[in-house]
Design a protein around this ligand. Structure first.
Ligand SMILES: Nc1ncnc2c1ncn2[C@@H]1O[C@H](COP(=O)(O)OS(=O)(=O)O)[C@@H](OP(=O)(O)O)[C@H]1O
Ligand SMILES: Nc1ncnc2c1ncn2[C@@H]1O[C@H](COP(=O)(O)OP(=O)(O)O)[C@@H](O)[C@H]1O
Length: 207
């Protein structure tokens, strides 16, 4: 019996089938690929391309995208620092469950604050949290501006927009960094290839 957070009198139940058995069934190891970066840096593009590539290889993955989760699980949250922290906390916990289920969970969220990302990392043992930094210049993201949000933020019509008047704290110790080469962004399949190679080398694509 324990008191945790706001819950009292709660008990932990062990399940008959464990993570190791599920991983064996799937012939892969559960993990979280956490993609962080500015709006427009290519997070969703990488998440989708990676998901497709893993699927083609017979590996089970699931994408948790910030924008999409804000249509459901996180629809009561906005973009204050407190709400962003709660957003990342929830997604970190959900991602942990997916990893425990044996899936390669691909989370793509701006996740601008280092402490929030580090808290998600701390939820997972055995280097199962793989932080991917979309290190794209603000100027490129702003030039892309696929949703017109940077334009609105520059015009003062959106307050607290990441990179404009809200901070983005770059990772200090990420596992993978995606960046431009000679001023050119790698193609989506190259970005995904970089992550797949990492997963292969670290043994996540087999049980
Ligand atoms: N103020 C502000 N700042 C940043 N982004 C904003 C804001 N308002 C709306 N949006 C849109 O919300 C998407 C980011 O949601 P996330 O859940 O990933 O954000 S966060 O991790 O909680 O910071 C983000 O999607 P992406 O462009 O895919 O990153 C935007 O479309
Ligand atoms: N590697 C890439 N090369 C060229 N364009 C890209 C690349 N990645 C993303 N884009 C484009 O940049 C824009 C923003 O990408 P998106 O994945 O939506 O970013 P985010 O999810 O970080 O907001 C989209 O129009 C997308 O097509």
């Amino acid at each position: 019996m324990a008191t945790l957070g706001n819950s009292a009198n709660i008990f932990w139940h062990e399940y008959p089938v464990g993570q190791a058995e599920r991983q064996k069934l799937l012939n892969q190891k559960g993990c979280v690929v956490w993609i962080t970066g500015l709006s427009g840096s290519g997070k969703s593009t990488l998440a989708c391309t990676l998901g497709r590539e893993l699927h083609c290889r017979g590996k089970l993955s699931y994408v948790l995208d910030g924008d999409n989760l804000r249509h459901g699980l996180n629809k009561n949250l906005g973009f204050t620092p407190e709400d962003r922290t709660e957003n990342i906390r929830r997604v970190g916990e959900v991602a942990k469950l997916f990893a425990d289920a044996g899936l390669i969970c691909i989370a793509s969220l701006i996740s601008p604050y280092r402490k929030d990302r580090d808290a998600c990392r701390a939820l997972l043992a055995d280097a199962k949290f793989i932080e991917v930094f979309m290190n794209m210049p603000l100027a490129l993201c702003e030039e892309r501006d696929p949703k017109g949000l940077y334009k609105l933020a520059r015009a003062g019509k959106i307050k607290g927009f990441t990179g404009i008047d809200d901070p983005y704290e770059s990772p200090l110790n990420c596992e993978i960094e995606i960046q431009q080469k000679n001023g050119v962004c790698p193609a989506p399949n190259e970005m995904a290839g970089q992550v797949v190679s990492y997963l292969e080398n670290k043994g996540f694509l087999q049980a």
